[in-house]
Design a protein around this ligand. Structure first.
Ligand SMILES: [Zn+2]
Ligand SMILES: [Zn+2]
Ligand SMILES: [Zn+2]
Ligand SMILES: [Zn+2]
Length: 388
């Protein structure tokens, strides 16, 4: 058996990049040393480094293998660009690697964004923080975007994943899509998305206008459809086509159920901030009607005591004013389970000063002694009947 030469063994270890810190301890024993590359202490044995030919330094070995893994993981720029285009983003600079922020243009919302490749491609997250709703876009931008989608916002922008009270610019009906959903759907208005001749939509359109159909949909938008005016209980012959065109129903004999004209009453103006709407209404003294509205989120703006007759005239005065301006209803039927949605207007259409002015004018006109035959009286004549 050849004699072991500790000096030769130390030289062999030294040649592998180690500064030995102790005499030869034996072939399989840890041999304290310092790695010349990383200057970290090592304890690799003579057997592992020289006989087996393994790396002399554990720290350097780790670093090498993670560098190799990173090279393996590295994504070629063309592949990265294809992947990011699939996420509907146009790269605005060369690929910085999977760990860096990559400037791009979101082709969904047309905003410049920083894309995190790992997050999009490996974790399957949305590429755009605006589209996903994590970053708030300015109110004005959001409104402008909604308008290009065919909807007009009625309240401030709540965030792209929150329901946003708005109005279809085509059919003037109220809808509440989230901005994200409005972007995705072909027609963000559920009414426009369906055809008017769909019986369910036809019934819904009648109810929105304050009419309860008494028969099944006649199947034709121009056919007469017997219905009941929900507010007053009177039967009317409605024509769906006219109901769709006319944004606000008018019923000249209309006095609400349960309202007693011979008793003292109130004319009231309410506002609902979250719905972005105002409401005009009348009720008898002690009816609790205003309280019911308040429990549903409405707030009093003006309340004036009048005689029952005057209250009816004053309310009609305001409604005729809105009718003449062709203003759509301010809320939808489902917003007011307590009833009264046909006497609403959007705050987008009427400011508070305008509403106060109309209210005061209505009260003044109702308490003024009536001079018959006035040519300027805007209320519809008897012959007009129901304006449906
Ligand atoms: Zn090392
Ligand atoms: Zn986007
Ligand atoms: Zn619509
Ligand atoms: Zn009526």
């Amino acid at each position: 058996m050849a004699k072991i030469d500790p000096i030769a063994r130390a030289a062999a270890m030294s040649a592998r990049g180690l500064i030995l810190k102790a005499p030869y301890p034996g072939a399989d024993k840890p041999w304290p040393a310092i790695c010349k590359t990383c200057m970290q202490p090592t304890k690799s044995s003579y057997t592992s480094v020289i006989t087996k030919g393994q790396g002399p330094c554990f720290t350097c070995g780790q670093r090498k293998s993670s560098a190799a893994a990173a090279r393996k993981r590295a994504v070629p720029a063309e592949v990265a660009e294809d992947k990011i285009r699939e996420a509907n983003v146009k790269p605005l600079e060369t690929f910085p690697g999977t760990q860096g922020a990559w400037r791009g243009l979101c082709l969904t919302c047309l905003r410049e964004i920083d894309v995190w490749y790992c997050s999009v491609v490996y974790s399957g997250n949305g590429a755009c923080y605006y589209c996903s709703g994590t970053r708030q876009i300015p109110d004005a931008d959001a409104r402008a975007e909604l308008l290009t989608l065919g909807l007009e916002a009625l309240v401030p922008y709540p965030g792209s994943n929150e329901k946003w009270r708005s109005r279809c610019t085509t059919c003037k009906k109220i809808v509440d899509p989230t901005l994200c959903n409005a972007r995705k759907t072909k027609s963000p208005c559920r009414f426009c998305a369906q055809r008017a001749t769909d019986p369910e939509v036809a019934v819904e359109t009648m109810k929105e206008a304050g009419l309860r159909p008494l028969t099944a949909f006649p199947g034709n938008v121009k056919a007469v459809w017997r219905a009941e005016h929900i507010d007053c209980g009177k039967q009317v012959d409605a024509v769906l086509d006219k109901v769709i065109q006319r944004r606000r129903a008018s019923c000249i004999h209309c006095v609400q159920y349960g309202f007693k004209q011979a008793l003292p009453a109130f004319l009231y103006l309410l506002v609902h901030t979250a719905l972005g709407a105002a409401k005009i209404g009348i009720c008898n003294d002690g009816s609790g009607r205003i309280r019911t509205h308040e429990l549903n989120g409405w707030r009093q703006v003006l309340v004036t005591p009048l005689s029952g007759y005057q209250a009816v005239r004053a309310e009609q005065h305001v409604l005729n004013h809105w009718l003449a301006l062709d203003l759509p209803q301010g809320v939808s039927r489902l917003d007011m389970p307590q009833g009264g949605w046909t006497e609403t207007v959007a705050l987008r259409d009427r400011s508070l000063p305008e509403l106060r002015e109309a209210f005061d004018a209505a009260v003044a006109s109702a308490v003024r002694p009536r001079c018959s035959g006035s040519a300027t009286d805007p209320s519809p004549s008897e012959e007009d009947g129901y304006l449906f």
